[in-house]
Design a protein around this ligand. Structure first.
Ligand SMILES: Nc1ncnc2c1ncn2[C@@H]1O[C@H](COP(=O)(O)OP(=O)(O)O)[C@@H](O)[C@H]1O
Ligand SMILES: [Mg+2]
Length: 254
């Protein structure tokens, strides 16, 4: 499984250096943290990796291949999945359908075949349905399979988004504040899933406001502040770094 690497990546919005000269690695098989106060540039990093925003400077590599100028659909096809800080589901489609959309990357039957309802496509559809149900079970969403996604509680919608993001079995998955708005029980359930995904070889980039959650889960943590990478390394060392403490003054580090 490939590593994801950012090399001296910057994103400027006019005069604002939202991300400035950032270098980081997301290795396979582990959870890497990205923390920092609001406005630090975390979501901008995810948007650049996933091809939603163009880079101003620098390079992004998946394995030894640059993906810096690839469109979002190409980045996804190459094996980088993501969730959004602001949930993006098809509100009127069912939970099951939303998750099935995530299989798109690995779909083998062409669209016309599906439309004609040819046996191969039907079989494949059934296979995908079974797989989608398994994913729903993993995220404890089975009972909501046929509900419209828009009618779910916020925490459940986040889980649907995650199930969809990993449906295509990406090598790397970028999780932008996945446990925001969840209680401790729900967060710990997700922590278990994240650990399992890492154990299966996936590389996870976990963006989170809850520093305690990140320090428990990550082997390596990066800290952004005003677009600059101010610290990185072992979580227990990083959260005691005076630069990191200073960046979080007025917010809560626990
Ligand atoms: N599309 C955009 N246009 C202009 N400024 C932006 C845009 N997206 C983000 N920013 C600015 O870039 C900075 C970093 O934002 P963001 O990456 O969302 O931070 P974080 O996710 O760490 O809270 C903020 O000052 C934000 O206002
Ligand atoms: Mg953000």
């Amino acid at each position: 499984m490939p590593s994801l690497r950012l090399e001296k990546v910057s994103k400027h919005f006019g005069g604002l250096k939202a991300v400035d000269d950032v270098t980081m690695v997301v290795p396979p098989g582990e959870i890497t943290g990205l923390i920092g106060p609001n406005g630090a540039g975390k979501s901008t990093v995810v948007n650049m990796i996933s091809g939603v925003l163009a880079l101003t400077h620098g390079d992004i590599l998946l394995g030894d291949q640059s993906i810096a100028t690839d469109r979002a659909d190409i980045v996804a096809r190459k094996g980088v999945g993501r969730t959004f800080q602001n949930i993006r589901l098809l509100a009127e489609a069912t939970v099951l359908e939303n998750v099935m959309l995530g299989f798109h990357r690995r779909e083998t039957a062409g669209v016309p075949a599906s439309l004609l309802g040819l046996p191969a496509a039907i079989r494949e559809d059934r296979k995908f349905r079974d797989k989608a149900h398994k994913l729903l079970a993993r995220f404890r969403l089975d009972e909501f399979a046929n509900m419209e996604a828009g009618n779910l509680a916020y925490g459940h919608q986040r889980r649907v988004e995650m199930a969809r993001a990993i449906a295509s079995e990406p090598d790397i998955v970028l999780l932008d504040e996945p446990v925001a708005g969840m209680n401790d029980v729900e967060s710990e359930e997700l922590a278990t899933i994240f650990r399992e995904l890492a154990a299966s070889g996936m590389g996870l980039l976990l963006i989170e406001h809850n520093v305690g959650f990140v320090t428990r889960l990550c082997r390596n943590v990066y800290v952004l502040d005003s677009g600059r990478m101010i610290a990185s390394g072992d979580p227990q060392t990083v959260i005691r770094d005076p630069k990191v403490v200073a960046a979080y003054i007025g917010t809560s580090v626990q």
